[in-house]
Write a protein that binds this ligand. Structure first.
Ligand code: HEC
Length: 125
């Protein structure tokens, strides 16, 4: 009888400790599945903005066709556009700005966040 109850407590301890371990490892998974990840660290023109603008903008904004006066196919062209104060309003489709990309879908929130971060960080090349 005494031996049996010791065994029961031992088994109970294993169950309790293994269920704690299970809680500990499942919660980070739950967190990561609900977090939308957008990496805005180390945003630069060459690595971050150029691929976005090449995809969505340079067809209309390049050195030989500067729609609205903006060429977005070079670093300086993008700096000039950002310095004009028109860039963020246009890609966020704010009232008073022409919604860009013209005739296309709005950029993703992550792309918009990266472009804002690039401006905040002093427009690194
Ligand atoms: C289909 C052609 C086309 C595409 C694609 C396009 N643009 Fe434009 N964009 C224009 C034209 C034309 C103008 C000038 C007339 C106007 O403002 O509507 C313009 C104007 C602008 C302006 C000035 C807006 C203002 O309100 O002063 C900005 C900034 C701009 N574009 C940025 C972009 C960016 C960034 C992209 C890509 C995400 C892009 N454009 C894609 C044709 C385009």
């Amino acid at each position: 009888m005494r031996h049996f109850s010791h065994t029961s407590i031992f088994i109970l301890l294993i169950i309790v400790s293994s269920s704690c371990r299970k809680d500990k490892y499942t919660s980070p998974n739950n967190n990561s599945s609900t977090t939308v990840s957008c990496d805005t660290t180390n945003v630069t023109y060459s690595n971050t903005l150029k691929p976005i603008f090449d995809n969505y903008c340079v067809g209309c904004h390049n050195m030989s066709n500067m729609s609205g006066g903006y060429a977005l196919d070079t670093y300086m062209g993008c700096v000039n556009c950002a310095n004009s104060g028109r860039l963020m309003g246009a890609i966020q489709w704010l009232p008073g700005y022409s919604a860009m990309p013209q005739g296309g879908n709005k950029l993703s929130n992550c792309d918009i966040a990266k472009i804002q971060k690039w401006i905040n960080n002093g427009k690194p090349n």
